[in-house]
Design a protein around this ligand. Structure first.
Ligand SMILES: *[C@@H]1O[C@H](CO)[C@@H](O)[C@H](O)[C@H]1NC(C)=O
Ligand SMILES: *[C@@H]1O[C@H](CO)[C@@H](O)[C@H](O)[C@H]1NC(C)=O
Length: 358
């Protein structure tokens, strides 16, 4: 029982939050009628006087402009989708042609009045707004075509930064739905992460804060931030600056990892010749380096030097010369020092090539 009540409560809350979609079908159907009618007027004018421009047609159409012959020709294409090059504006209305034809039939006299006596007017406004009262003029909504917020103050609907619910239709609530970056009932304020660049009676202009800012900011750039996002630090006189996480030794510590700093963060990539396995560990990438040495260079060096040492010692013992004993002692000490203090990574490439390590 209580679960059902909860469900009902939840669905009520959800439906009250959902924006009511205005179908506005009658108004749009009327505009479809007007568009096809207009297209017919243009087409017949072209047929009658091929090649003339609008002003030229106006002067030369003469009696044909309001003749019955022309009206019949125009009506042939009215309410037909095929009359328009593009019907995107009218998608979503089922049986559009049929509904349009019904309007045409119902309001035949008014449409004829337009044709014979009102062609100087904008047909969409004259017919759909003023005569048939199916639409409201731009910036107006609802049964009585009330003004959208902002018009009273001499500004555009929703102060130019939002959509007025029901704008242009005989429906809707007139509430503003603000564009990204704007907020408030009238879209006259800047949203979080935006700052006010300018403000007049016509509305406000908001711009996005710097990417390092957290929440509000006072101006453009990193210096405008009040607080910084994670991965950014407030530096005196500089504002929010990207933190180079890689300068922290404990950023990437697994074997063969290298730290790569990114804006606002960092990532641990594998060093060259390695790639991540399924567990995210960096493993030698065999495919990428088929000609990589079979053994690390340091090890190869050791093997070469120690086998040379053994050969020398054998030679010295065989000869039994005291001078050679001294020289061999020096060589052994030198070898141990090299082994302890020389980093194989710092050996020049030419030297490695000379030793046959590649
Ligand atoms: C008629 O007015 C409507 C709405 O203001 C406008 O969109 C349309 O372009 C106008 N038509 C002509 C032919 O000027
Ligand atoms: C370095 O990183 C570690 C672990 O992510 C963190 O606990 C530590 O505070 C960092 N040190 C500095 C100086 O940022």
């Amino acid at each position: 029982m209580s679960r059902i009540l909860l469900l009902v409560a939840v669905s009520i809350v959800m439906s009250s939050q959902k924006e009511v979609v205005i179908k506005n079908e009658k108004c749009r159907t009327c505009n479809f009628l007007v568009s096809t009618f207009d297209e017919g007027l243009k087409k017949t004018a072209r047929h009658h006087f091929a090649g003339g421009d609008t002003a030229w047609e106006e002067k030369n159409l003469g009696k044909y402009k309001t003749s019955e012959t022309r009206l019949i020709e125009v009506l042939e294409g009215v309410c037909k989708k095929s009359s328009l090059p593009n019907i995107d504006k009218f998608t979503g209305i089922s049986e559009l042609e049929f509904k349009c034809a019904s309007q045409l039939e119902k309001h035949e006299e008014t449409i004829e009045e337009y044709y014979y006596n009102q062609q100087q007017n904008n047909m969409s406004i004259w017919l759909c707004v003023e005569e048939l009262k199916l639409c409201c003029p731009g910036g107006h909504f609802g049964k009585n075509c009330e003004e959208c917020p902002g018009l009273k103050e001499g500004a555009d609907a929703c102060f130019g930064k939002g959509a007025c619910h029901g704008d242009g239709s005989r429906d809707g609530s007139g509430k503003c739905k603000c564009e990204a970056g704007y907020t408030g009932n009238l879209c006259r304020h800047c949203d979080n992460e935006y700052f006010e660049e300018s403000k007049t009676e016509k509305g406000v202009v908001c711009k996005q804060c710097h990417e390092g800012c957290l929440g509000i900011c006072s101006s453009e750039g990193s210096k405008g931030c009040s607080k910084c996002k994670n991965g950014w630090a407030m530096i005196e006189g500089e504002g929010c600056q990207d933190v180079n996480e890689c300068s922290n030794q404990s950023a990437c510590t697994k074997d063969h990892e290298v730290c790569v700093n990114t804006i606002g963060s960092y990532q641990c990539d594998c060093e060259e010749g390695y790639k991540k396995d399924d567990e995210g560990k960096c493993q030698l990438d065999v495919e990428a380096h088929p000609d990589r040495p079979f053994m690390p260079i340091a090890q190869q060096l050791k093997i070469i030097s120690f086998s040379s040492l053994i050969i020398i010692i054998t030679f010295v013992v065989w000869h039994g010369s005291p001078v050679l004993y001294v020289l061999t002692g020096i060589a052994i000490v030198a070898l141990i020092l090299v082994d302890l203090y020389v980093n194989p990574d710092t050996i020049p490439d030419e030297a490695k090539r000379f030793l046959g390590l590649y």
